[in-house]
Design a protein around this ligand. Sequence first.
Ligand code: ATP
Ligand code: MG
Length: 420
Amino acid sequence: MTTFQAPKGTYDLLPPDSATYLAVREAIAAPLRNSGYGYIETPGFEDVELFARGVGESTDIVTKEMYAFETKGGDRLALRPEGTASVLRAALEANLHKAGNLPVKLWYSGSYYRYERPQKGRYRHFSQVGAEAIGAEDPALDAELIILADQAYRSLGLRNFRILLNSLGDKECRPVYRAALQDFLRGLDLDEDTLRRAEINPLRVLDDKREAVQRQLADAPLLRDHLCDACKAYHEEVRELITAAGVAFEDDPKLVRGLDYYTRTTFEFVHGGLGSQSAVGGGGRYDGLSEMIGGPALPSVGWALGVDRTVLALQAERVTLDIPAATSVYAVPLGEEARRVLFGVVTELRRAGVAADFSFGGKGLKGAMKNANRSGARFALVAGERDLAEGTAQLKDMESGEQVPVALDAVVSTLRARLA
Ligand code: ATP
Ligand code: MG
């Protein structure tokens, strides 16, 4: 028989480690929920053109990393490589921006797909939690998102991360800078691919990870020196608001992001313990994206944080999350009659909101207690024929080892009280 393995560049989340992933998603979502962001879920695939136009024809994501396919019905679709284009598409389609309540603030959590060269922290299937604030141009909104991401990472116990901040200008000042950068790049000793990129999307060259390229870029003109007054004032306000919130950041005048749609504020969260896959999250303002995908002008800002890399960052900092045991009570029946009675008690406990599990499969006392231990339950509830005859079960405190008989009809109230 053939056995199967997870596809290249993917991995399975299994207990107990999967609990950490859930906790990370929850920790990132909590500050958003607490700040007026509503949950949105969109399909795992979209019209391929949405990404081609929304993410950018010349980006690595669209040219190299997208899982695009044609359906039997002849539709050209792609597995979503990122969240922003889909969320904006959905908001426009549902006219959320016309409900008179801008910005529309949304958060999401899900799987994303990129055909990349798999390595630690870089997978073909990965998981993000993201946030988008659609339809407002307000530096406080950019600041809010950066502050909330910082809060999320801190709530997880992460310390060894940095926030890199830049402004990419707008449609007034960026074209002027773009031309100046292009002039500069044309004079460098670059390979053919990079020269082509310099013609199509020169800002992306700044993002080149290769040492030899970076050395040549030392004297590249910086967008910082070309920002128009409006962009300069906007950026200054974002910086002041973040600073006032006590969130430390670093100005990184060469920070550009892999997606074409960013304008003005761009930022990245990088972690020191992840080697070359150092970005744990990133985002920025995308004032032109709505128009690029056929919508009205809707200045917006958002970020996406990678769950996989956040978990790796926790490991790098040796932070273990305090994840409470899933099970509070583990029932161990000895014999047929006890099996029926304790199964009834477990059902009652669950209905009363007490997390309870049961020793299935007719195990003996020793094996069943081993499982009770493994479950992490605070209490074991053991009953045999003699207990039943007395209308009781033995309640064992797994921490102290202390064991007391409890009347069967008082088990639920007793456990609720002792677990409270
Ligand atoms: P990189 O520069 O490392 O390729 P990116 O700029 O492509 O990252 P974004 O598109 O900004 O990444 O996605 C936001 C976050 O999603 C990243 O910071 C990272 O944590 C995560 N992420 C992106 N691609 C992958 C991947 N292939 N595997 C795991 N996580 C990823
Ligand atoms: Mg990438």
